[in-house]
Design a binder for this molecule. Structure first.
Ligand SMILES: CC(C)(COP(=O)(O)OP(=O)(O)OC[C@H]1O[C@@H](n2cnc3c(N)ncnc32)[C@H](O)[C@@H]1OP(=O)(O)O)[C@@H](O)C(=O)NCCC(=O)NCCS
Length: 238
């Protein structure tokens, strides 16, 4: 079983350098992290409208996501960004910026980078203990399930949550490019070390053929997963 990361700071902002280092996040990607309580800033009217009928739990998560996303957009030279959602639920990021966000019941994380450097980003935050084995057939291949069965108890839950979290991060990254809902069982996770992996869409044809490096961390009884797809061309303008 992988060790849980230790961070002695009680302040989530102070945790940022630690998380950046542990997750190997490049300097050109802005990162925000905090508890839902710490990230409750006012919304723009258009954002407010989209959660007018939401229950309180969803409202807190949404506000935390917008607060964190605004911080990272500001770090990418897009201050005070209004972040409404497209019909498919994805954030309409400001011109020249691409990002990703995730919230659990307790925490929220957002990241963003300039489109001149990054094609797409994917992050996910998952609480440990929420992925019961009855859900495994929906998201894991038989090979992955067999691998989990070589472990037991908390180690089994931990590895299943790590795989799921990485698949969610990769799903988000590829969706921003392909706009396609892909089967999680077709997202392959190959662990490379105790913190990195290779992520790939199997049998995708021309959809999204790249292997993307993912990073993961166990922190505060959660798994955090990140994956970033750098631009390979050199755009003349954004
Ligand atoms: C989109 C999805 C990945 C979100 O994951 P989640 O764990 O439920 O929620 P998270 O907090 O991690 O992420 C939610 C954020 O992702 C973003 N998002 C929503 N849809 C997205 C998409 N298609 N692509 C990228 N990002 C997306 C939004 O910003 C959203 O937050 P917001 O609504 O507050 O703005 C997931 O709900 C989903 O739809 N998966 C595809 C369906 C599927 O095959 N699921 C199989 C598992 S059983």
């Amino acid at each position: 079983m992988m060790p849980e990361s230790e961070c002695n700071s009680g302040c989530c902002n102070e945790q940022l350098p630690f998380l950046r280092q542990q997750l190997n996040i490049p300097d050109s990607i802005a990162l925000a992290w905090g508890t839902l309580d710490q990230l409750q800033s006012p919304l723009y009217p258009a954002e407010e409208k989209s959660i007018a009928s939401a229950v309180e739990k969803r409202r807190r998560e949404y506000i935390a996501g917008r607060t964190a996303a605004r911080k990272v957009c500001a770090d990418c030279s897009a201050s005070n960004a209004e972040l409404v959602a497209a019909d498919d639920g994805t954030v309409l990021w400001p011109n020249g910026v691409i990002g990703s966000l995730s919230h659990s019941d307790r925490f929220c994380m957002a990241c963003a980078g300039r489109l001149t450097q990054w094609s797409s980003l994917g992050i996910d935050v998952e609480a440990l203990g929420r992925l019961s084995p009855d859900l495994w057939p929906l998201v894991f291949s038989e090979k992955e399930t067999e691998f989990f069965h070589t472990r037991s108890g908390a180690a089994q839950d931990q590895i299943a949550t790590i795989f799921f979290c990485l698949k969610e991060a990769f799903f988000k990254l590829q969706y921003m490019i392909t706009k396609t809902v892909v089967d999680y069982r077709k997202i392959s996770v190959e662990l490379l070390s105790e913190t990195t992996c290779g992520l790939q869409l199997l049998e995708s044809g021309q959809l999204f053929d790249l292997v993307i490096v993912g990073n993961y961390l166990i922190h505060e009884k959660h798994v955090i997963a990140t994956c970033f797809y750098p631009r390979t061309d050199s755009p003349e303008s954004e």
